[in-house]
Each structure stands twice: as C-alpha cells, then as structure tokens.
Design a protein around this ligand. Structure first.
Ligand SMILES: Nc1nc2c(ncn2[C@@H]2O[C@H](COP(=O)(O)OP(=O)(O)O)[C@@H](O)[C@H]2O)c(=O)[nH]1
Ligand SMILES: [Mg+2]
Length: 431
C-alpha cells in the first residue's frame, strides 16, 4: 500500500520523530512562558495566557498586592506588532540599567491599536523579570471625532506629505491624538498612578541604581507631575493653529489655570519694547479713586501674556514626549480634560498634525507650576540622533555617554538651554 508516496515502517518512525519533536518544542515553550511570566515583584505565577485580550485581571491582582511605600507605576509602551525588535532593544536596556533591580521591577503595560500577536506577547514578556500586561486601544480612541471631514483630512495629508515629518500619515495623527487625550483612561492603567513612556529603539545610557535614581520615587516625594530629559523645537508647520486655539481655551477657562503657572517659560513676546513702555508708564504711580496702576501691572501683564492673540507666541519648545514620566492624575484632572476636549473639538489633530508633545507641554505650562516639572538630569537618554547625557563628573562612571554629545544637535540649543534658563528664573521668582 502506498501511503502518500512513503512506505514501510520508516514513515511511521519519521512521524513519531516529528510528533516527539513538536511535543518537546511545546514543553520548552511552556516552561519558557512559565519562567517569564513573573507575578508581583518577581513571584512566579502560572503560564501567561496568550491571546488578543486585555490582561485586566492580572494587572488588578498585581496592584491589590502592591507594596505600600512603592509608587504605583508602570512602564508604558505603545507599539505595533512590527515594532517588536525595536521594543526589545529598548526594554533590554531599561531592564539592565534600572528595572531589573528588586526595588524597581515595575510592570510593563503594552498598548496597541491592533491585537498583539502571540509572538509579541511571549517575546516581550520574556524580556523582563517584571510582569507584562497587554491591552487593546479602544477603536473610539484611535479614530476621528465626528466633526472631522475625513475627505478633507486626507487631502490635507497628501498636501503635507513632503512638507513635514509624518505629514502624510493618518496613523501618526491617531497616535498623537491618543497620547494627547486617551492613554490615561485605558482600563489597564486604571489602578496606576504613574507611567514611564518608552518607545522602540531608544537608548538608556546610564545605570540608575537604587531608589535614589528612581524617577517615580523622586517625583512622588517632590510632588511633581511631569519629567523630561530633552526639550525640542516643534516643526512650525505642524502646529500653526495650536497656540491660538489654546489662547481661546485660556480666555474661556481662567479658573483652570494655576497660580504661578509656567506659561511665561513657553511663550515669547514679539513686542518686548512695547511692554517695557507700559511697565514704565504704570510705575509712574496711582490715580483717581484709590486705583494704583502698580498693583494692576502684574495682572495686566499676565492677561496680556495669556490672552493677546498676536503679540505673544508659543516658542515651539516642548518636552520631547518619547521620554516622559508622568503622574496620571495630572492627565485625569478636570483642567487637562477640559484642555484636551477644547483642542479635540477643533481640527488641528487632523487638518494640521498637532503632536502630543507640544500638547502635553502647553497643558503643563498652564496647569502646573515650574516646581511640578522635573528635569530628570541623571537619566542618559537617546532617541534617533538626539541625546542627553548627564554632565556632572560624578555621573560619568555610571554612564556610557559623553556630555559633549548633548551639543551634537546644534540646531536645538535655543530650546534646550533657553527653556531651562526660563524655568529656573520662574522657580527663583517663586522662592
Ligand atoms: N500601535 C501603534 N503604535 C504606534 C503607531 N504609530 C506609532 N506608534 C507608537 O507610537 C510611538 C511614537 O511613534 P514613532 O514611530 O516612534 O514616532 P517618532 O518617535 O515621532 O518618530 C512609538 O511608541 C510607536 O511604537 C501605530 O500606528 N500603532
Ligand atoms: Mg520614536
């Protein structure tokens, strides 16, 4: 009898060999998954489920047993299945530099607008001693709001394809809108208070040993809400109407703007001489009915800064959000939600290409004080050709970078230096 062209006992033993090979491979994979699916603080739990479902129950169980004194933080990675290799390169560095040590071991929260593949889940989970959770972005958060004309949006994309980075990309705009308005409401992040945003193919160049270099602990102890390493200038053609749109929000929502905000750090006066003249005139003294213009001056200047549509402009300098450590309560606040809803009810996420980085920065400028943002000066970081390396001699032994690299993107010194100077000036003024 011919069995599909093979005969005698040989094919049977070949099939047996194949079967036993497959069983061995299964066993190795199961063992590997069991080993890599660490529970709370490295405690081993059963094999991780594989499938395109949110790991909500796992995340909740982890948080239910969370140590009291430890920030409820996760490492947040939005990625496509095709980003797996780049994700691994980033995660391996973060683990080695920081997260593998017992005082850290923060879980990873992976989000995607499409279901993660079993391969992505298994490989990403195996790259860390901490637990890894995988979530699907709700379709409503990765799409257009109803008032956007999608035909017009497509035409504007084609027109801007060559004029700006990602000008022709629809998915990049969804991503920017998602990071501007929705990530903090993903159910997987529900019980977390902090996140550290990590992207594929970034580099962490310094060891961050112990709790003193833990940005979550630092920010929690100092009541801070947003951390940054690099300040970058936005491509102006991506945000022509962002600042005027924000000005309308400021005018309508002065109650959300905090006293001692850092708006002066992000705007520039296109007519500094004129403001000088007004200040001099005001300082000349009082006038009728007890009105003293000197008392009015700070308020006047603030109002001019906030509400004038032509004279004060956004500098374009923003916290580069591919590195971001944040307090989720800041984004979940009434002020931030009001700000995002106002922006989203306009058209700039789709008819222009507003990035989440300038959006986060402008929100921080209005809703936080300079003390509430944290320059994470001890974290060496690189994304693309831009990098930041700590510059103190004491940092050198724990870093594999050189501060001279900071000067490489010479096109950007205005933002990197000017912004920090402005922030320091504001912080000193507050003291
Ligand atoms: N799931 C998903 N993630 C995306 C998509 N586009 C960008 N991202 C993620 O969003 C982040 C920013 O994208 P990236 O391509 O690195 O943009 P760049 O850093 O501005 O050049 C990264 O974490 C990407 O993995 C997308 O269409 N789907
Ligand atoms: Mg990137």
């Amino acid at each position: 009898m011919v069995e599909f062209g093979l005969r005698g006992p040989a094919p049977r033993s070949g099939a047996l060999l194949l079967l036993s090979g497959a069983l061995t491979a299964c066993l190795v994979l199961c063992l590997h998954l069991t080993r890599s699916s660490g529970g709370a603080q490295g405690e081993r739990v059963g094999p991780r489920r594989l499938g395109p479902v949110d790991d909500l129950a796992d995340a909740r169980a982890l948080l239910a047993a969370w140590p009291e004194d430890k920030p409820r933080a996760c490492i947040l990675i939005l990625a496509r299945n095709s980003d797996l290799d780049g994700v691994l390169r980033s995660v391996k560095q973060l683990e080695r530099r920081f997260n593998a040590q017992p005082s850290a071991q923060y879980p990873y929260c992976y989000l995607n607008d499409e279901p993660f593949s079993n391969e992505f889940r298994a490989v990403a989970a195996a790259a860390t001693v901490a637990p890894a959770f995988f979530g699907l972005v709700p379709a409503a958060h990765w799409s257009y709001p109803p008032h956007i004309n999608t035909t017009l949006a497509a035409e504007l994309r084609s027109a801007s394809r060559r004029r700006m980075p990602y000008g022709g990309s629809e998915s990049y705009r969804f991503m920017c809108r998602y990071f501007s308005g929705f990530f903090f409401d993903h159910p997987l992040l529900e019980g977390f208070e902090w996140y550290w945003r990590v992207e594929p193919d970034v580099h962490f160049m310094c060891d961050l040993p112990g709790i003193t270099h833990d940005p979550f602990r630092h920010m929690q102890a100092n009541n801070q809400s947003l951390a940054w390493t690099i300040v970058m200038e936005e491509v102006p053609s991506t945000i022509p109407s962002l600042w005027p749109t924000m000005q309308r929000w400021l005018a309508a929502n002065p109650h959300h703007v905090v006293a001692g905000n850092m708006l002066p750090a992000v705007i520039e006066d296109s007519d500094a001489a004129q403001i000088g003249d007004e200040a001099a005139a005001a300082e000349e003294g009082g006038d009728a009915a007890g009105y003293d213009s000197r008392h009015a001056l700070p308020l006047l200047r603030l109002q001019q800064q906030l509400y004038s549509s032509s004279r004060f402009k956004f500098t374009g300098c923003h916290f580069w959000s591919n590195f971001e450590v944040g307090r989720l309560a800041f984004f979940r606040s009434a002020g931030y939600r009001s700000f995002f809803q106002h922006l989203d009810s306009d058209t700039g996420f789709f008819y222009e290409r507003w990035g989440d980085a300038p959006v986060h920065t402008l929100a921080a400028a209005a809703l936080l004080t300079p003390e509430q943002v944290y320059f994470a000066r001890d974290i060496g970081y690189k994304h693309g050709s831009w990098s930041y390396c700590p510059s103190q001699p004491a940092d050198r032994p724990r870093c594999d970078c050189h501060p001279a690299w900071n000067a490489v993107p010479l096109a950007q010194p205005r933002c990197q230096l000017d912004f920090r100077t402005r922030l320091h000036a504001l912080q000193r003024a507050e003291e």
